[in-house]
Write a protein that binds this ligand. Structure first.
Ligand code: ATP
Length: 265
């Protein structure tokens, strides 16, 4: 499919939140992302799928400049959020990461209390003027992450003492506490049991009311359950992008079909 078709299929109805044009990523001599252009919609869950090593996480990390932290990574092309070039030298990556939150594969709470995990971002970005305001942000974030009831009586206990599924929801609360506009999730359920996975998936569905959510997943069932748009990557290229229902039932590219029917990957 050419770029324009892809974009046309993707931009019906909702507004574009993230616009990537001709993005290439190299790690030294490895060409990990090859001329990827895509428009990601606001208030939508977009799934990135594809075989291991196809570049899903690399592309995801371009969206909040996490690849900047990898010495050998070189990123070329243009990525805009609400029309603003996120690689403009004027953009502070720390501020950008407050606006573009990220949740990782393994829950990674800080070795701090549950309260301080969530309060960390608002504190460093000066989002609360008083203790009461900070308390309010922490409660609101924990509620949004559907974990408030489980932790409200133990806010001063360490975040690392929670179960894996609770830790991941705490990390989601931490990510939403800075009022991001985009939430990037890199296989957020891979370390969770089926019950915790279901809770996080339900949460992702609610989060899309406020955010543009982009999720990397190895599970096609999960992509089908949580996303409205799906992007299929193969060997560093974006092969196909469109409505999740279309990608899974009538893919246009034979590589997509092979992947979803289990013949590659
Ligand atoms: N930090 C790094 N240094 C060097 N090469 C890397 C680095 N991270 C990824 N790569 C390479 O870039 C390519 C894409 O990797 P990436 O992790 O983005 O793929 P992926 O689709 O997310 O894979 P998986 O599904 O296995 O997590 C691979 O060839 C990988 O080996």
């Amino acid at each position: 499919m050419n770029d324009m078709r892809r974009i046309e299929r993707a931009t019906d109805m909702k507004e574009t939140k993230i616009s990537a044009r001709h993005v290439n990523v190299h790690y030294g001599d490895t060409h990990a992302i090859k001329d990827v252009s895509v428009e990601i919609q606001d208030k939508t869950v977009t799934a990135f799928i594809g075989p291991s090593g196809c570049g899903k996480s690399t592309f995801l990390r371009c969206i909040n400049r996490m690849n900047d932290t990898i010495d050998i990574a070189r990123i070329d092309g243009d990525i805009r959020i609400d029309g603003e070039d996120i690689y403009d030298p004027k953009v502070d990556p720390v501020q950008l990461r407050a606006k573009v939150g990220m949740v990782f594969q393994k829950p990674n709470p800080f070795p701090k209390s549950i309260f301080d995990n969530v309060a960390y971002g608002p504190r460093i970005h000066g989002l609360a003027r008083t203790k009461a305001e900070l308390d309010e942000i922490v409660e609101k974030s924990l509620r949004r992450a559907a974990i408030w009831d489980e932790v409200k009586d133990r806010l001063q206990q360490p975040g690392t003492g929670l179960s894996g599924g609770q830790q991941q929801r705490l990390c989601i609360a931490r990510a939403v506490a800075t009022e991001p506009e985009v939430l990037l999730m890199d296989e957020p359920c891979s370390a969770l049991d089926p019950i915790a996975t279901a809770q996080v998936e339900e949460l992702i569905d609610e989060l899309k009311q406020n955010y543009s959510v982009v999720i990397v997943t190895h599970s096609m069932q999960q992509a089908a359950r949580v996303s409205q748009k799906t992007a299929f990557f193969h060997l560093g290229t974006l092969v196909e992008y469109g409505e999740t229902g279309d990608i899974f039932t009538k893919p246009e590219d034979s590589r997509t079909e092979s992947y979803i029917t289990g013949r590659i990957g």
